[in-house]
Design a protein around this ligand. Structure first.
Ligand code: SF4
Length: 71
């Protein structure tokens, strides 16, 4: 499967994207591919990477198969 950037390959279409977050911009969400990172202090919660809906990366995995992808 080619990972070229098309409108079908975007965080908002990825199974790891989480938009159920308060206090985020409307076009942002969290990437849940990896565990939280970068705790400012031992008492703090870890941070999930913030991504925009139109971002993408090589770990993209469609929530549902993309039409015409052949996968
Ligand atoms: S950064 Fe990658 S793994 Fe995370 S939501 Fe976007 S496409 Fe998916």
């Amino acid at each position: 499967m080619s990972m070229s950037h098309t409108p079908d390959v975007a965080c908002t279409r990825c199974k790891f994207f989480d938009d159920h977050v308060k206090a985020q911009a409307a076009d942002e969400g969290l990437c849940r591919f990896n565990p939280p990172v970068t705790q400012p202090s031992p008492e703090s919660h870890g941070l999930w990477p913030v991504v925009s809906r139109e971002d993408w990366c090589g770990h993209f995995s469609a929530e549902t198969p993309v039409a015409g992808s052949g996968d």
